[in-house]
Design a protein around this ligand. Structure first.
Ligand SMILES: Nc1nc2c(c(=O)[nH]1)N[C@H]1C(S)=C(S)[C@@H](COP(=O)(O)OP(=O)(O)OC[C@H]3O[C@@H](n4cnc5c(N)ncnc54)[C@H](O)[C@@H]3O)O[C@H]1N2
Ligand code: MOO
Length: 394
């Protein structure tokens, strides 16, 4: 198989499954989820002309008064009567402005003697401290598009628009499978030849940035029947992610076990560094993503493939990672046959690549906060040049 360019591999991966089913969830529990349908407003906001300050509703042209205070308007209280000429209405923040009034005299600029009011400071202008009806949004207006992600501000908007529950896509269930005879559970003793399995905790941390549920199926040895059984068990998940055993060594059995379990492989080997041995396929309704075992390769391929897949199945309209421009603080050599994804961080003078770009260099990766994307066959870059970067999800 020849090496697949990253965008082609991403497109093929996302084509393996559509967004999951729709569920109605309380708005307060929707943080991070993607809308399955447009959100249309059920009400005007504000519902009437409302005061934005505590004071007195008056006619601006009548400033500085005197006015006689004849009524009161408070948020949630009875509607005030229309304002007669020469009168004022005591009013509080968020309360409806009486018909006839067109400005609010704030109480700091008002002198009240008995029920006689006079304006101080500067003359009032029409509309001063009044929020017009429907100036934020109007009933029937489409406020949020299907496929947009619900953050705190969008949840506030949907609730103010009259929605208590929102249609979102089900959270994908992601099964994590760590393969390798050398691996022991995190924190377990590491006699010679053994090392702690760090990939599943790392992936769980990355997945914390997107709505999904994780099933950690633990460590599976490099043994065909054991790996096959693990894949069969993982078939309950929407997404099956393995790490390790993806390359060409005698112990790299992931492809064989996946096929033995009934899976069909869609692609293997990507034109990227690190992450070349990445593979993907379908096992029943589950999408399978086989990440390389090297922790750095697993991290980079999770950013470029796993998180987009979770977003896509969760209903995101734009599931691919955000790519932004940034200025290099250091020079970079040209690239070869594959796209490079260099681990880097934001320094005072721009982006700095970490010293070791080895795909097993975890201490160097731990200094990074982003990847620099350098397409294949790029020339050398100098300090001050603009490059494309992808921020780490967490
Ligand atoms: N002859 C070739 N050898 C290799 C090639 C190749 O094309 N031809 N590709 C290399 C590339 S690129 C990568 S990346 C690695 C990926 O190999 P595997 O996916 O088969 O990974 P393993 O061999 O199982 O492990 C690699 C490395 O990572 C450590 N590891 C594995 N799992 C974990 C884990 N859960 N936590 C921490 N560390 C883990 C493992 O001990 C190995 O050191 O293959 C190259 N070889
Ligand atoms: O592509 Mo591997 O992922 O170089 O280390």
């Amino acid at each position: 198989m020849s090496l697949l360019p990253v965008p082609e591999a991403q497109a093929r991966l996302l084509a393996l499954a559509g967004p999951l089913s729709v569920e109605e969830i309380a708005a307060a529990a929707c943080a991070g989820r993607w809308l399955a349908l447009n959100v249309t407003s059920r009400r005007d906001q504000p519902w009437a002309d409302l005061s934005s300050m505590d004071g007195y509703a008056v006619r601006a042209a009548e400033w500085p008064g005197p006015w006689r205070v004849t009524d009161i308007s408070s948020a949630g209280g009875a509607l005030p009567a229309p304002l007669a000429r020469g009168t004022a209405c005591r009013i509080f923040t968020g309360a409806p402005v009486p018909v006839g009034a067109d400005a609010i005299l704030i109480q700091e600029h008002a002198a009240l003697t008995g029920d006689t009011l006079r304006g101080e400071d500067k003359p009032l202008t029409q509309g001063q401290h009044v929020r017009p009806a429907a100036s934020d949004f109007r009933a029937g207006e489409t406020l949020l598009a299907a496929g947009s992600q619900l953050n705190a501000a969008r949840i506030a908007l949907a609730v103010l628009a009259g929605h208590g529950v929102l249609p979102v896509r089900r959270r994908p269930i992601v099964a994590l499978l760590s393969t390798g005879n050398e691996l022991v559970a995190p924190g377990a003793p590491t006699p010679p030849g053994r090392l702690p399995s760090s990939n599943a905790p790392m992936l769980a941390a990355m997945l914390a940035a997107v709505p999904c549920d994780i099933i950690d199926l633990g460590i599976v040895p490099d043994d065909l029947p054991a790996l096959t059984q693990a894949f069969i068990k993982a078939g309950e998940a929407d997404i099956i992610v393995s790490t390790g055993g993806a390359s060409v060594g005698d112990h790299d059995l992931v492809r064989a076990a996946f096929t033995e379990a009934g899976g069909s492989l869609d692609f293997w080997k990507i034109r990227m560094r690190p992450g070349k041995p990445l593979m993907a396929g379908k096992l029943g309704d589950s999408v399978f993503l086989g990440l390389p075992g090297n922790p750095v390769s697993a991290h980079v391929t999770a950013m470029l493939f796993l998180l987009p897949l979770v977003r896509h199945m969760g209903g995101a309209a734009s599931p691919l990672p955000a790519i932004t421009n940034a200025q290099l603080a250091i020079p970079l050599p040209g690239t070869g046959e594959r796209d490079d994804y260099l681990r880097a961080f934001h320094g005072e003078d721009g982006i700095v690549s970490v010293t070791s770009q080895d795909s097993a260099a975890v201490a160097a990766m731990a200094q990074a906060d982003c990847l620099i994307w350098r397409p294949a066959h790029s020339g050398a870059a100098g300090a001050g040049d603009i490059v494309k970067i992808l921020p780490f999800p967490l």
